[in-house]
Design a protein around this ligand. Structure first.
Ligand SMILES: Cc1ncc(COP(=O)(O)O)c(C=O)c1O
Length: 276
């Protein structure tokens, strides 16, 4: 395989030599934001939507992304070209940069990193587990793709210990919110529904596109709806539309007809010539 490179603050460096400071605020306090894109044969999917969300996440943290979209697009192209893969995960990370060993941010400006890695194609079905910890829908990081993802790390480990590939979180008031790295849709009484952004879930790029192509409704969904849903599916950059065949101990016939339709509609969109 060709040598992997990483783009850091404008420089392309071999992946094995890529370094950031131990004083970087992303490392010391998780002060940063990120995006994960999927690239097929070197072409990132829905790039503008991801770049727009990166800026929205950064703005929520009072961080400025120090480079134009065109520079980030060129950086993605460089790391993808250096090491061609049929399917890649591209990660853009912007941190608060070098700072003090506390919550105050330094004045030196952000650190920006673009890196790529292999991405495995998603399996068509999966199992999910609910977890005992809520997502704080009123917290400063609600709906923000921040690098402070340790809560997600804990929730995902909990799910994996129980045979799930994803954890589903509730809000503090017991409404369905999202997974650690995915959004969730349910079919109830023949209607396709997904938690609204008021749940604190991330405005997933895949979620938005699936809503557009299916007409799914955004609403409040009590966690108990997971027990009576006819179908459940996850959406994310890495999973596309992925049918859920088990929620905790409850088995579901998956993929059901609505999930199949959503998956087909999303696949058609992804295969189209125009980047959504
Ligand atoms: C918390 C969270 N929710 C949902 C998603 C799905 O978003 P997208 O479809 O943009 O990948 C992600 C992405 O990884 C995420 O981190």
């Amino acid at each position: 395989m060709a040598d992997e490179v990483v783009w850091i603050d404008g420089a392309l460096v071999p992946a094995s030599e890529a370094r950031v400071s131990v004083f970087d605020h992303g490392i010391t306090v998780g002060d940063g934001v990120f995006e994960t894109l999927k690239a097929t044969d070197g072409v990132p999917f829905a790039a503008q939507r991801h770049l727009d969300r990166l800026r929205r996440s950064a703005a929520a943290l009072g961080l400025e992304v120090p480079v134009e979209d065109g520079v980030l697009r060129a950086a993605m192209a460089s790391v993808l070209d250096a090491c061609p893969r049929p399917l890649a995960r591209v990660r853009i990370t912007v941190t608060g940069g070098i700072g003090p060993l506390g919550s105050d941010r330094g004045a030196g400006g952000a650190t920006t990193i673009v890196a790529a890695a292999d991405l495995a194609p998603p399996s068509p079905t999966t199992a999910v587990c609910t977890v005992p910890w809520p997502r704080n829908e009123r917290g400063a990081l609600a709906g923000v793709k921040s690098t402070s993802y340790a809560e997600n790390v804990i929730a995902l480990a909990h799910a994996k210990e129980r045979g799930g590939s994803e954890a589903l979180l509730a809000t503090t008031t017991g409404l369905l919110c999202e997974g650690t790295g995915s959004n969730v849709f349910v079919v109830l009484d023949g209607r396709l529904l997904t938690p609204s952004l008021a749940s604190g879930c991330l405005a997933g790029v895949t979620r938005d596109l699936v809503i557009e192509v299916t007409g799914a409704a955004e609403t409040d969904l009590p966690m108990e709806d997971l027990l009576r849903a006819d179908e459940v599916f996850l959406t994310s950059t890495g999973r596309d539309v992925q049918a859920v065949d088990q929620v905790d101990d409850r088995r579901l016939d998956a993929p059901g007809p609505v999930t199949r339709q959503a998956a087909d509609a999303f696949a058609a969109l992804a295969a189209a010539d125009v980047d959504p």
